[in-house]
Design a protein around this ligand. Structure first.
Ligand code: SR1
Ligand code: MG
Length: 410
């Protein structure tokens, strides 16, 4: 796609740009712009009006390459269309659970949206052991509604296929195909890991049964156009306050397996669980927070399943609703996919290119390796044993069992 008017904005140009857009700020407003510099792929500017109004907005502009690597990794600008379209759909399906989009500028590959500076990134919140009493309800509802209502369970098949075409996301899917399902399972140049983990990682590279299961999950990721998924739903893609939750950054959105989104949420809670193993917290505090995390995993699934079944029931005229037992079969497959994709996400965040601050913020490599070893042990078992799991409590019991097996409590 060629955007002939496209150029990368500076902070000053961003101010000039927003001033030309009617309805955002008053003509004489004094504006401050700051590029936040925390995106893997894009530029993210916050524009704030000086004075008492406190008004602010976010402008997210796609770069023609992956920012984290540089110009040697070219990327399509079309991802900004995918992101703004996905946000608008999600806002219709789950009002209030994503930032509001004010404007999408195709030419400049940018989206103007609600500023969430009152919220914090959930990953940061979990690292400091904050608790979010409404999070499970919000994210369980988000998952159920966005996944059910964009799938063949809710949409007329031909209309759904048009959506599949609209959300073809070649390059960002390729990033996931490579970084999640391929590179971590051999000695790829993109991998970067704690040298203390080398032996355990070599065992993974030699684990034929594990690689077979990862291949099945990869093939399902590539071919199972089940619903419009967020595609990168880790805890860094979620902004929270004690009362509110907003899901951000759906630039990886495409029609893929529902379990990939649910699995990413679960995996990132479990990665935080593992990271606390490596932190020098006192044992009681650590165990309490780890219990809290496992409880949220159970709660998320329970809310997800309840809402998903309610949507299924409310759609009585559909072909699928008329087939007895199909809902139970479908939901069990979702749970087992969730485990599989959660396992993949956990392993790639230890072995592959993109790590998580939960573990990376542990300075001492020995302590970090403690958490990383646990993450790899849990990740492997989630993939290998996913078809033996029938309920969400089987999953949390499996996590507790592996933790007790792997970790010597002080
Ligand atoms: C080069 S992009 C690396 C990672 O960042 C994104 O958030 C995705 O998780 C991707 O795998
Ligand atoms: Mg992102």
């Amino acid at each position: 796609m060629s955007n002939s008017g496209y150029h990368v904005l500076s902070e000053l140009e961003t101010i000039q740009y927003v001033k030309k857009i009617p309805g955002l700020f008053s003509e004489n407003a004094l504006l401050i712009c700051k590029e936040l510099g925390d995106g893997n792929l894009n530029l993210v500017f916050r524009i704030t009006e000086k004075g008492t109004s406190g008004k602010s907005i976010i402008i997210k502009q796609a770069l023609p390459y992956a920012r984290v690597v540089g110009e040697s990794w070219p990327l399509t600008l079309d991802r900004s269309r995918i992101e703004s379209d996905a946000l608008m759909i999600q806002n219709i399906l789950c009002p209030g659970l994503v930032p509001k989009v004010y404007l999408y500028d195709k030419e400049m590959s940018l989206t103007i949206m609600e500023d969430l500076s009152t919220h914090i990134n959930m990953r940061k919140g979990l690292i400091t052991r904050n608790q979010y009493p409404h999070f499970a309800k919000h994210i369980g509802t988000f998952l159920a509604r966005t996944l059910f209502l964009t799938s063949d369970l809710a949409l007329e098949p031909q209309y759904k296929k048009q959506k599949v075409v609209k959300f073809i996301n070649l390059e960002l899917c390729k990033i996931t195909e490579d970084l999640v399902f391929t590179d971590p399972y051999y000695d790829a140049t993109t991998n970067q890991f704690n040298p203390l983990m080398k032996e355990v990682i070599k065992e993974i590279w030699d684990h034929a049964e594990l690689k077979l299961e990862i291949t099945k999950l990869k093939e399902r990721f590539l071919t199972h156009a089940q619903a419009l998924i967020h595609g990168d739903l880790h805890t860094g893609s979620i902004m929270v306050t004690e009362k509110d939750t907003k899901v951000i950054d759906p630039e990886f959105a495409f029609y893929g397996p529902m379990g990939f989104d649910i699995g990413n949420v679960v995996a990132n809670l479990l990665l935080n669980f593992c990271a606390h193993e490596g932190c020098s917290l006192d044992q009681k505090e650590r165990l309490q927070y780890q219990d809290y995390l496992l409880n949220i995993v159970e709660e998320i699934w329970t809310i997800f399943e309840k809402e998903f079944r309610a949507l299924w029931k409310g759609n009585e005229s559909s072909f699928y609703a008329s087939v007895q037992g199909y809902d139970d079969d479908y939901i069990l497959r979702l749970l087992q996919d969730t485990l599989g994709y959660a396992g993949c996400e956990m392993m790639r965040r230890v072995i592959g290119l993109a790590h998580v601050p939960d573990l990376e913020s542990i300075d001492d490599p020995k302590l970090r390796a403690k958490g990383e070893r646990l993450a790899l042990a849990i990740g492997q078992q989630l993939v290998l044993r996913r078809e033996t799991v029938w309920t969400i409590c089987d999953l949390t019991a499996l996590v507790r069992y592996i933790k007790n097996r792997e970790v010597d409590e002080d």
